[in-house]
Design a protein around this ligand. Structure first.
Ligand SMILES: C[S@@+](CC[C@H](N)C(=O)[O-])C[C@H]1O[C@@H](n2cnc3c(N)ncnc32)[C@H](O)[C@@H]1O
Length: 235
């Protein structure tokens, strides 16, 4: 190619610089695009959810899924993933023998994406993804529960789990542990880490702790939690 060519063909590029106004326009455009994506794709379903309980969608890593499944080894029956995202945990659980395998997810786009992933994996109709608020789901018959939610949400969720799950239920948390709960097993390291909790052992531990602290504190705490949970029941 001729050395002079760029100067002749793109004379403008040599003289035009992106000034402050150009940078501001690019920044505003990018910000708007990110906001539109957040509102249109990641946020639907969350408008009525208090801000501190809005957990963004972050898919579990491969290592995290593997660790969650390792902790569920030997378990049978159904499984629910609370806040199922693109459905990867539910799909993997079904493929490893858990049935029914159900995901509850508020974001309709993610529910559709999860269904697409299930269809692509040839499991269409075998797994179930429901667009439901996890706070409204009746967990009284769930034996295996998985969660990957923010610590602030987990500290409230543990009260719901403790109130509703049967004694023989196992809860597996990915990435963040339940604050103040005693895991029966831990698998993996760093961001891939997962914690398993036996409901029966957890109940015993909690009641022992409450005995030590006295019933009055326990009653007050329960009242506060009930109050908080009732405000979370979103229409
Ligand atoms: C960190 S992501 C985890 C996704 C998936 N469980 C995984 O491990 O890949 C948390 C998910 O919970 C969903 N979520 C948050 N609050 C919810 C609620 N109240 N009811 C149902 N889903 C909820 C979010 O939309 C998000 O997809």
């Amino acid at each position: 190619m001729d050395d002079d060519m760029p100067d002749e063909v793109f004379p403008d590029l040599r003289t035009r610089h992106i000034g402050g106004w150009g940078v501001a326009q690019i920044a505003a455009g990018t910000g708007l695009a990110v906001y539109a994506m957040w509102v249109g794709i990641l946020q639907p379903g969350f408008r009525k959810v208090p801000l501190k309980l809005q957990v963004p969608y972050i898919p579990a890593s491969k290592g995290q899924v593997k660790n969650v499944m390792t902790l569920l080894r030997g378990r049978t029956g159904g499984l629910v993933d609370l806040g199922s995202g693109d459905g990867r945990i539910v799909l993997e659980a079904y493929q490893q023998g858990f049935s029914p395998a159900v995901g509850y997810e508020l974001n309709p786009w993610l529910v559709q994406l999860a269904r697409f992933h299930a269809w692509r994996a040839g499991q269409h109709g075998k797994v179930s993804y429901r667009r439901e608020d996890l706070w409204k789901v009746d967990l009284s018959k769930c034996k295996n529960v998985t969660v990957f939610l923010a610590p602030s949400v987990l500290s409230l969720l543990k009260k719901k789990l403790q109130a509703e799950l049967p004694d023989d239920a196992l809860v597996v948390a990915g990435r963040f542990p339940f604050p103040d709960w005693n895991p029966c097993r831990i698998e993996g390291h760093g961001v891939d880490r997962a914690w398993a909790y036996s409901m029966q052992a957890q109940r015993q531990h909690t009641s022992q702790k409450n005995e030590n602290f006295g019933a009055t504190v326990n009653d007050t705490e329960n009242e506060l939690v009930q109050e908080k949970l009732s405000t979370l029941k979103i229409n």
